[in-house]
Write a protein that binds this ligand. Structure first.
Ligand code: MN
Length: 291
């Protein structure tokens, strides 16, 4: 098996606020080397590095807004998030839980710190990933998958090295519960000090990793908390070793190789479809969601 080499390791770019609740480093597509085409089918990755949130009786976040043409995958690492959408989907995710919302043909949703958690405040850490949909599914039915941590696939590493927690796709035969529209592998490596694991994905898949906690040696090279590792497209296998307790989010997806036209909350194939999305949104075709 040919080694999948590191292409580059990135420090997090400057933050920006999403609403008043999420202070994110936008890796995809904000960093030029991480364009939507370069990371396809991963078209956006916002990383909220650990931050302190002061207690607030009014939960902070972002009010009703539309999406069309892709899926939002939210992974809570610290703190709790509450979501509601115009399709009737919704729920609360806490530490380690995931929500996988398929916007497809159009949805309105809102995302806030969960009410009770907001009252207490604390440390907040989250990833939001947007997975693109194939052209044939872009105008399909919206959907919502709640993926509590307890339902994820889990594979113990040898010598108490920790475990791999599979959200989507598979790791060494252990499958994740998420249903996807194209081949996507998404998983947390939760290492104890000294833990070690090898990962193999098909050559040509776009593959990356973000270090959530601690430090991880990637093919022998150290990547630290909040850093983003992009792998070369060629090669299949890489090795992670943990010199200390560590958590890393690993993603690998088969590129859709379809044209991408994206603007704001819409990711479509053509400019005309973007204009259509704005028209449909302005005509109220995305449904209704109260503030
Ligand atoms: Mn959103």
């Amino acid at each position: 098996m040919k080694t999948k080499n590191i292409q580059f390791i990135l420090d997090p770019p400057e933050t920006h606020w999403v609403g008043n609740g999420f202070k994110v480093h936008n890796f995809i597509p904000g960093v030029p080397e991480l364009s939507m085409q370069a990371m396809d089918p991963f078209v956006l990755l916002d990383y909220n590095a650990p931050m302190h949130v002061s207690p607030s009786d009014t939960p902070k976040g972002v009010g009703p807004h539309p999406h069309r043409g892709f899926e939002t995958v939210t992974i809570a690492y610290k703190g709790r998030v509450e979501h509601h959408d115009s399709n009737g989907g919704g729920g609360i995710i806490g530490e380690g839980d995931v929500q996988w919302m398929t916007a497809a043909g159009g949805i309105l949703h809102k995302e806030f710190h969960e009410k009770e958690w907001s009252k207490q405040g604390g440390t907040f850490q989250m990833v939001q990933l947007w997975t693109n949909l194939p052209a044939k599914d872009k105008m399909g039915q919206p959907n919502y998958q709640a993926i509590p941590r307890s339902t994820m696939g889990r594979l113990e590493l040898p010598d108490q090295g920790g475990y791999i927690e599979v959200i989507a796709g598979e790791y060494n035969g252990v499958k994740g519960p998420a249903s996807t529209h194209s081949p996507i592998h998404l998983m947390n490596a939760r290492f104890n000090q000294g833990g070690k694991a090898e990962f193999t994905f098909p050559a040509g898949y776009h593959t990356a990793m973000i270090v959530i906690e601690g430090r991880v040696k990637v093919n022998g090279e150290v990547a630290s908390a909040d850093q983003f590792v992009k792998f070369e497209d060629g090669g299949e296998s890489f090795t992670l070793e943990a010199p200390e307790n560590a958590v890393a989010l690993i993603m690998s997806g088969q590129p859709l190789h379809e044209p991408i036209a994206a603007y704001g909350p819409f990711v479509m194939n053509t400019r005309r479809e973007i204009v259509q999305a704005f028209d449909d949104f302005n005509q109220g075709k995305f449904g209704y969601l109260e503030e």
